[in-house]
Design a binder for this molecule. Structure first.
Ligand code: SF4
Ligand code: SF4
Length: 228
Protein backbone atom coordinates (compact mmCIF):
# COMPACT_ATOMS: atom_id res chain seq x y z
CA UNK A 1 0.00 0.00 0.00
CA UNK A 2 0.98 3.63 -0.33
CA UNK A 3 2.02 4.98 3.07
CA UNK A 4 1.67 8.68 3.87
CA UNK A 5 2.16 10.89 6.88
CA UNK A 6 0.17 13.96 7.94
CA UNK A 7 2.02 17.24 7.37
CA UNK A 8 2.57 19.42 10.44
CA UNK A 9 -0.66 21.27 11.32
CA UNK A 10 1.14 24.62 11.21
CA UNK A 11 2.30 23.99 7.63
CA UNK A 12 -1.20 22.98 6.52
CA UNK A 13 -2.78 25.97 8.29
CA UNK A 14 -0.36 28.38 6.57
CA UNK A 15 -1.24 26.93 3.17
CA UNK A 16 -5.01 27.40 3.65
CA UNK A 17 -5.03 30.62 5.73
CA UNK A 18 -6.07 32.85 2.80
CA UNK A 19 -9.23 30.86 1.99
CA UNK A 20 -12.71 31.28 3.49
CA UNK A 21 -14.11 27.81 2.88
CA UNK A 22 -11.94 24.71 2.63
CA UNK A 23 -13.24 21.25 1.78
CA UNK A 24 -11.12 18.47 3.24
CA UNK A 25 -11.30 15.46 0.94
CA UNK A 26 -10.06 12.19 2.39
CA UNK A 27 -9.15 9.09 0.41
CA UNK A 28 -10.69 5.84 1.60
CA UNK A 29 -7.98 3.71 -0.03
CA UNK A 30 -4.36 3.01 0.96
CA UNK A 31 -3.79 6.01 3.20
CA UNK A 32 -6.88 5.23 5.29
CA UNK A 33 -5.10 2.05 6.44
CA UNK A 34 -2.22 4.08 7.86
CA UNK A 35 -4.77 6.44 9.46
CA UNK A 36 -3.97 9.49 7.34
CA UNK A 37 -7.08 9.11 5.20
CA UNK A 38 -10.68 8.08 5.73
CA UNK A 39 -13.71 9.99 6.97
CA UNK A 40 -12.72 10.04 10.63
CA UNK A 41 -9.24 11.43 9.90
CA UNK A 42 -10.77 14.18 7.76
CA UNK A 43 -13.12 15.20 10.57
CA UNK A 44 -10.31 15.25 13.11
CA UNK A 45 -8.09 17.33 10.80
CA UNK A 46 -10.89 19.79 10.05
CA UNK A 47 -11.56 20.21 13.76
CA UNK A 48 -7.86 20.75 14.54
CA UNK A 49 -7.49 23.26 11.70
CA UNK A 50 -10.54 25.21 12.86
CA UNK A 51 -8.74 26.48 15.95
CA UNK A 52 -8.05 30.26 15.76
CA UNK A 53 -4.56 29.87 17.25
CA UNK A 54 -3.29 28.73 13.84
CA UNK A 55 -4.28 31.99 12.09
CA UNK A 56 -3.61 35.72 12.25
CA UNK A 57 -7.07 36.43 10.84
CA UNK A 58 -10.37 34.57 10.92
CA UNK A 59 -9.94 30.78 10.35
CA UNK A 60 -11.51 29.22 7.26
CA UNK A 61 -14.65 27.14 7.68
CA UNK A 62 -14.47 23.47 6.75
CA UNK A 63 -16.47 20.74 5.09
CA UNK A 64 -15.34 17.15 4.78
CA UNK A 65 -15.86 14.54 2.08
CA UNK A 66 -14.42 11.07 1.50
CA UNK A 67 -13.98 9.19 -1.74
CA UNK A 68 -12.89 5.59 -1.89
CA UNK A 69 -10.16 5.97 -4.52
CA UNK A 70 -8.96 9.54 -4.98
CA UNK A 71 -6.54 8.42 -7.71
CA UNK A 72 -9.26 7.37 -10.21
CA UNK A 73 -10.27 10.30 -12.37
CA UNK A 74 -13.56 8.84 -13.72
CA UNK A 75 -14.60 7.72 -10.27
CA UNK A 76 -13.80 11.11 -8.75
CA UNK A 77 -15.57 13.03 -11.54
CA UNK A 78 -18.69 10.86 -11.22
CA UNK A 79 -19.08 10.59 -7.47
CA UNK A 80 -17.23 13.38 -5.67
CA UNK A 81 -19.39 16.41 -4.97
CA UNK A 82 -17.60 19.51 -3.71
CA UNK A 83 -19.78 22.12 -1.94
CA UNK A 84 -20.43 25.06 -4.31
CA UNK A 85 -18.93 27.67 -1.96
CA UNK A 86 -15.56 25.86 -1.65
CA UNK A 87 -12.53 28.15 -2.14
CA UNK A 88 -9.88 25.43 -1.86
CA UNK A 89 -9.59 21.67 -1.53
CA UNK A 90 -7.35 20.10 1.10
CA UNK A 91 -6.55 16.58 -0.06
CA UNK A 92 -5.83 13.75 2.36
CA UNK A 93 -4.51 11.38 -0.32
CA UNK A 94 -1.18 10.37 -1.79
CA UNK A 95 0.41 12.58 -4.43
CA UNK A 96 -1.47 10.71 -7.17
CA UNK A 97 -4.78 11.49 -5.49
CA UNK A 98 -3.89 15.17 -5.02
CA UNK A 99 -3.02 15.50 -8.72
CA UNK A 100 -6.19 13.67 -9.77
CA UNK A 101 -8.28 16.21 -7.82
CA UNK A 102 -6.30 19.09 -9.33
CA UNK A 103 -6.99 17.79 -12.84
CA UNK A 104 -10.67 17.13 -12.08
CA UNK A 105 -11.45 20.42 -10.29
CA UNK A 106 -9.28 22.66 -12.44
CA UNK A 107 -10.85 25.87 -11.15
CA UNK A 108 -9.98 25.20 -7.49
CA UNK A 109 -6.59 25.16 -5.74
CA UNK A 110 -5.82 21.68 -4.39
CA UNK A 111 -3.45 21.53 -1.41
CA UNK A 112 -1.84 18.36 -0.02
CA UNK A 113 -2.36 17.60 3.67
CA UNK A 114 -0.09 14.55 3.53
CA UNK A 115 3.53 13.76 2.75
CA UNK A 116 3.48 10.65 0.56
CA UNK A 117 6.18 8.48 2.08
CA UNK A 118 6.62 5.08 0.42
CA UNK A 119 5.19 1.81 -0.86
CA UNK A 120 5.18 -0.51 2.10
CA UNK A 121 3.44 -2.97 4.33
CA UNK A 122 2.01 -3.02 7.84
CA UNK A 123 4.56 -5.23 9.58
CA UNK A 124 3.29 -4.93 13.13
CA UNK A 125 0.63 -2.80 14.81
CA UNK A 126 1.36 0.83 13.98
CA UNK A 127 4.60 0.11 12.06
CA UNK A 128 4.78 0.40 8.27
CA UNK A 129 7.99 -0.43 6.42
CA UNK A 130 9.08 0.37 2.89
CA UNK A 131 9.13 -2.74 0.70
CA UNK A 132 9.07 -1.69 -2.97
CA UNK A 133 10.33 1.19 -5.10
CA UNK A 134 8.31 0.27 -8.19
CA UNK A 135 11.40 -0.42 -10.30
CA UNK A 136 9.26 -2.00 -13.05
CA UNK A 137 11.47 -5.12 -13.35
CA UNK A 138 10.92 -7.23 -10.24
CA UNK A 139 13.70 -9.50 -8.97
CA UNK A 140 11.89 -11.00 -5.98
CA UNK A 141 11.75 -14.44 -7.63
CA UNK A 142 15.55 -14.66 -7.29
CA UNK A 143 15.98 -13.12 -3.86
CA UNK A 144 13.65 -15.16 -1.68
CA UNK A 145 10.92 -12.54 -1.85
CA UNK A 146 13.04 -9.82 -0.21
CA UNK A 147 13.70 -6.72 -2.28
CA UNK A 148 17.38 -5.66 -2.48
CA UNK A 149 16.46 -2.60 -4.55
CA UNK A 150 14.46 -1.15 -1.67
CA UNK A 151 15.89 -2.76 1.42
CA UNK A 152 19.62 -2.67 0.66
CA UNK A 153 20.93 0.88 1.13
CA UNK A 154 23.19 0.38 -1.91
CA UNK A 155 20.64 -1.51 -4.06
CA UNK A 156 23.15 -4.36 -4.41
CA UNK A 157 22.06 -7.35 -6.49
CA UNK A 158 24.90 -9.81 -5.94
CA UNK A 159 25.31 -10.24 -2.23
CA UNK A 160 26.25 -8.01 0.69
CA UNK A 161 28.83 -5.26 0.83
CA UNK A 162 31.68 -5.31 3.33
CA UNK A 163 29.67 -3.24 5.80
CA UNK A 164 27.26 -6.03 6.71
CA UNK A 165 27.85 -7.00 10.32
CA UNK A 166 25.97 -9.38 12.60
CA UNK A 167 22.98 -9.23 10.28
CA UNK A 168 22.80 -5.43 10.39
CA UNK A 169 23.43 -2.82 7.71
CA UNK A 170 26.34 -0.44 8.08
CA UNK A 171 23.97 2.54 7.96
CA UNK A 172 22.45 1.68 11.36
CA UNK A 173 22.45 -1.09 13.91
CA UNK A 174 18.66 -0.86 13.83
CA UNK A 175 18.46 -1.72 10.12
CA UNK A 176 18.63 -5.33 8.99
CA UNK A 177 21.10 -6.09 6.21
CA UNK A 178 18.84 -6.96 3.29
CA UNK A 179 21.35 -9.49 1.99
CA UNK A 180 21.54 -11.24 5.34
CA UNK A 181 17.74 -11.54 5.21
CA UNK A 182 17.91 -12.83 1.63
CA UNK A 183 20.57 -15.43 2.46
CA UNK A 184 18.66 -16.61 5.54
CA UNK A 185 15.48 -16.88 3.50
CA UNK A 186 17.12 -18.75 0.61
CA UNK A 187 18.69 -21.11 3.14
CA UNK A 188 15.29 -21.77 4.72
CA UNK A 189 13.84 -22.44 1.25
CA UNK A 190 16.69 -24.82 0.37
CA UNK A 191 17.58 -22.51 -2.53
CA UNK A 192 21.06 -21.29 -1.62
CA UNK A 193 22.12 -22.23 -5.15
CA UNK A 194 20.27 -19.09 -6.26
CA UNK A 195 22.68 -17.04 -4.15
CA UNK A 196 25.67 -18.47 -6.00
CA UNK A 197 24.33 -17.36 -9.38
CA UNK A 198 25.71 -14.08 -10.69
CA UNK A 199 22.82 -11.69 -11.22
CA UNK A 200 23.05 -10.16 -14.68
CA UNK A 201 23.12 -6.39 -15.06
CA UNK A 202 19.61 -5.26 -14.17
CA UNK A 203 17.57 -3.57 -16.86
CA UNK A 204 16.71 -0.21 -15.27
CA UNK A 205 14.93 1.14 -18.36
CA UNK A 206 11.59 0.54 -16.65
CA UNK A 207 12.65 2.50 -13.53
CA UNK A 208 11.90 6.19 -12.90
CA UNK A 209 14.95 7.63 -14.68
CA UNK A 210 13.08 7.88 -17.98
CA UNK A 211 10.39 10.23 -16.67
CA UNK A 212 6.79 9.44 -15.77
CA UNK A 213 5.80 5.91 -16.74
CA UNK A 214 2.56 4.80 -18.36
CA UNK A 215 0.93 1.42 -18.57
CA UNK A 216 -2.06 0.59 -20.78
CA UNK A 217 -4.42 -2.34 -20.42
CA UNK A 218 -3.63 -3.47 -24.00
CA UNK A 219 0.02 -3.92 -23.05
CA UNK A 220 -0.97 -6.17 -20.14
CA UNK A 221 -3.22 -8.23 -22.44
CA UNK A 222 -0.44 -8.51 -25.05
CA UNK A 223 1.85 -9.95 -22.42
CA UNK A 224 -0.81 -12.49 -21.45
CA UNK A 225 -1.32 -13.71 -25.03
CA UNK A 226 0.25 -17.11 -25.76
CA UNK A 227 3.28 -17.01 -28.03
CA UNK A 228 2.36 -17.77 -31.67
S1 SF4 B 1 12.52 -5.58 -7.35
FE1 SF4 B 1 11.51 -3.70 -8.06
S2 SF4 B 1 9.33 -4.21 -8.33
FE2 SF4 B 1 10.28 -5.90 -7.13
S3 SF4 B 1 9.86 -5.33 -4.98
FE3 SF4 B 1 11.87 -4.49 -5.52
S4 SF4 B 1 11.52 -2.39 -6.24
FE4 SF4 B 1 9.56 -3.48 -6.21
S1 SF4 C 1 25.18 -3.78 4.86
FE1 SF4 C 1 23.70 -5.06 3.71
S2 SF4 C 1 21.85 -3.79 3.43
FE2 SF4 C 1 23.54 -2.42 4.09
S3 SF4 C 1 24.36 -1.62 2.19
FE3 SF4 C 1 25.60 -3.43 2.71
S4 SF4 C 1 24.60 -5.18 1.69
FE4 SF4 C 1 23.15 -3.46 1.63
Amino acid sequence: MIVADLKPIREIAESIASFKKVTVIACGGCVSVCLTGGARSAEVLARDLSHPRHYKKRPPTFDTETIQRQCEKDFVAAYLKVPHDTDAILSMACGAGVQTLAETFGELPVIPALNTSFLGSLDEPGIWREKCQGCGNCVLAFTGGICPVTRCAKHLLNGPCGGSSNGKCEISKDVDCAWQLIIDRLKALGRLDDYEKIFPIKDWSSDRGGGPRTMGISRVRDQESPAP
